[in-house]
Design a protein around this ligand. Structure first.
Ligand code: GLV
Length: 329
């Protein structure tokens, strides 16, 4: 039997599925240190990860390893140049999380705009004595302008929801999407700078790459309206969190909604000191149905890539399909 490492706690029935095909080494505890992760991977044929960094040192210490299945759509934890150099396949879990993640983007955006978390903290602290005409005034969502940066599958799901709120949709992306998608979403392609100047609510839905590091920093925040909100459901590192905390403190923008952070789970402490930000612990895809779908898809990819199951040799979500069928080096 081939051997696999499941690096994180995961639904036990998914482990049972994997055990039908493999000898499973399951870390059902704390996140493994880099050394322990590399040590447990050393004799494995495959692995199921969720954000664990996999680079050249890990791959060369695991000479049998042929596939790493990430239980996430983002795979910035994989050094794909190293995967390609070793002919190791990476897989991810696209599509199954689009709608849940888009729902959550709206939840954070609306909570930021309407000051839901901030007012709830105030209420719990016992400050509510009377109704006030100017209590927690926020900004409207309906009829406003949504700015989506990153118009991939999740960005499109997010933009589609804007129709019900009668919003104008601006977007910026590496490349313009097909005209029929623009028409369906009623979305207009603009430069990043124009989007930041015009949008009332900016939502980030782009993958993290070196080029996207600090896509939003002090200069970009300075372009935004003082009444605008910024929501990040993409990845830590896309926003300069120190610059954002300072912009929120100085009320250079009205509010922010964050699900992802630089260096998470350790947040920039300045973010904890500003009231006008809603902070969530990387849960945009966290519904029971969607997390189950992601776990099963990651398992399916692993099973197929290791030549087992009904789709043997044909994993559904290869990131680097060019290595399929090539001998490990
Ligand atoms: C979650 O962050 C994912 O990339 O799926």
């Amino acid at each position: 039997m081939q051997k696999i490492l499941v690096a994180r706690p995961i639904f036990p029935d998914v482990i049972e599925r994997l055990e039908q095909y493999f000898e499973v080494d399951w870390n059902n505890g704390d996140v493994l240190s880099a050394d322990e992760f590399a040590r447990r991977l050393a004799d494995k044929d495959g692995a199921l990860t969720a954000g664990d960094p996999v680079g050249p040192a890990v791959l060369s210490a695991a000479p049998r390893l042929r596939v790493v299945a990430n239980m996430a759509v983002g795979y910035n934890n994989f050094d794909m140049a190293a995967f390609n150099a070793s002919n190791v396949l990476g897989t991810n879990t696209p599509d199954v999380l689009n709608e849940s993640t888009a729902d959550f983007g709206w939840a954070l955006m609306m909570a930021a705009a309407r000051r839901i978390a901030e007012s709830e903290h105030w209420l719990r602290a016992g400050h509510w004595q009377k109704w006030a005409y100017d209590g927690f005034l926020g900004s409207d969502i309906h009829g406003s302008t949504l700015g989506v940066i990153g118009m991939g599958r999740i960005g499109q799901a997010l933009a589609r929801r804007a129709r019900g709120f009668n919003m104008q949709v601006l977007y910026h992306n590496r490349s313009q999407v097909a005209p029929q998608i623009e028409a369906e979403l009623n979305a207009q392609y603009v430069s990043k700078e124009e989007l930041l100047r015009r949008a009332d609510h900016v939502v980030l839905v782009l993958p993290y790459t070196k080029e996207n590091h600090h896509t939003i920093g002090a200069a970009e925040l300075a372009l935004m309206k003082p009444t605008a909100t910024l929501t990040n459901i993409a990845r830590g590192g896309i926003v300069d969190d120190a610059a954002l905390a300072e912009a929120l403190r100085a009320k250079r923008i009205a509010a922010a909604g964050l699900d992802v952070y630089e260096g998470e789970p350790n947040l920039n402490p300045a973010l904890l000191t500003v009231p006008n930000v809603v902070l969530a612990p990387h849960i945009a895809s966290a519904t029971e149905a969607t997390r189950r779908a992601m776990a099963n898809l990651a398992a399916d990819n692993l099973i197929a890539a290791l030549g087992e199951g009904p789709n043997a040799g044909r994993p559904a979500n290869p990131i680097n399909p060019e290595v399929l069928g090539k001998a490990r080096v």
